[in-house]
Design a protein around this ligand. Structure first.
Ligand SMILES: [Zn+2]
Length: 345
């Protein structure tokens, strides 16, 4: 009898606690307001499949030799990015003309040469010291056995998405719609050799990590995987709720408001056998308690093959996915408060 009584009291307490938690989530959800919808739509529309395609056909061409970390092709790619930001009048947070964050050879095991992350940013108007980081790795596997690994999807798609988003944010800023917080466009090197570029950045951050509000990381968003052959209007999001449920809810609301992509969370499962959450650069930010979203199209037959070429990219889909990330970034950079971390709920 006693045991029973205790058990029933416990279950009562348990259900109250659960209710309280679900009320909290509901409140979070109700408090998320999507602002600037018309403005966002008009600048999102400057991100076009034609421009993405033009950039990617250059970026994933022979000239860049598969962008192996520390190799000639990667240096060419770094310069290509720098030239682009200079031409767009988008500055660097380090110094006007220094777009490279150098990583010395000594940081790596024996056979890897010195390399660099590429950085560009748009300064926030109200809270310039707070920053949203949008990242994509720009290295790939280079040349092996005389074959170029073009890496059009991995991660040429993320690279050109960043370039187009930066351009859209810059246009908005010129028209008087600059972001409240700063936005860092972080092109990471040395991802393919173990997330080294993001590890280096988080050890040597340009903006304090405590002022880094979130990281949106893009790694492969230009293709369709086998499970979605018949419904290409999808994207995998990973990590959205791990550190901030509010980020998850905000991301959902942005998608519902503007795009209605079919968001697939199967790889966000804590038990995901592929362990994607740990396998791209966002993870180094998450390790520092910075909320992240990892945007990903899943693997396909050309993943890490020389056949990952720009002709196989679905450009209208790449456009839509990039616009989704742009709109999410806009909300994060401009909302009143920083995201609530789960640990503070
Ligand atoms: Zn990748």
């Amino acid at each position: 009898m006693k045991v029973f009584l205790i058990a029933s009291i416990l279950s009562l307490v348990g259900s109250c606690a659960t209710e309280k938690y679900s009320t909290k989530i509901q409140n979070l959800k109700d408090n998320i307001k999507i602002s600037d919808t018309t403005t966002i739509r008009s600048y999102a529309n400057t991100i076009t499949s034609t421009e993405l395609k033009n950039l990617l056909y250059t970026y994933a061409s022979k000239e860049f030799e598969g962008r192996g970390t520390g190799e000639e092709g990667q240096k060419k790619a770094a310069n290509f990015l720098k030239t682009y930001y200079v031409s767009q009048n988008i500055s660097s947070p380090i110094n006007d003309s220094v777009y490279f964050q150098s990583i010395p050879k000594s940081y790596f095991p024996d056979d890897i040469k010195a390399t660099e992350n590429v950085v560009a940013y748009i300064e926030g108007i109200e809270k310039p010291e707070e920053v949203l980081v949008i990242s994509a790795h720009y290295d790939h596997l280079g040349i092996e056995d005389d074959q170029i690994y073009y890496g059009a999807d991995d991660d040429g798609s993320g690279t050109v998405a960043l370039m187009e988003m930066a351009q859209a944010f810059k246009m908005a800023a010129k028209d008087g719609f600059g972001p409240k917080r700063s936005i860092l466009f972080l092109h990471l090197t040395a991802e393919e050799i173990g997330l080294q570029g993001s590890r280096f950045y988080t050890e040597n951050p340009i903006f304090q990590l405590s002022k880094t509000i979130a990281n949106l990381n893009i790694d492969m968003i230009g293709r369709v995987d086998a499970p979605h052959e018949n419904n290409s209007n999808y994207l995998y999001l990973i990590g959205t709720d791990r550190l901030s449920k509010e980020l998850h809810l905000l991301s959902e609301k942005v998608n519902e408001t503007f795009f209605n992509l079919d968001i697939d969370y199967r790889f966000n499962d804590e038990d995901d056998k592929n362990r994607y959450y740990y396998r791209s650069d966002h993870y180094n930010f998450a390790l520092h308690n910075i909320p992240v979203i990892f945007y990903f199209n899943g693997e396909h037959e050309d993943y890490h093959q020389p056949t990952d070429t720009p002709d196989k990219i679905n450009y209208p889909l790449l456009e839509k996915r990039t616009q989704l990330i742009f709109a999410t970034a806009w909300q994060l950079a401009n909302r009143e408060n920083r995201l609530i971390l789960n640990e503070n709920m």
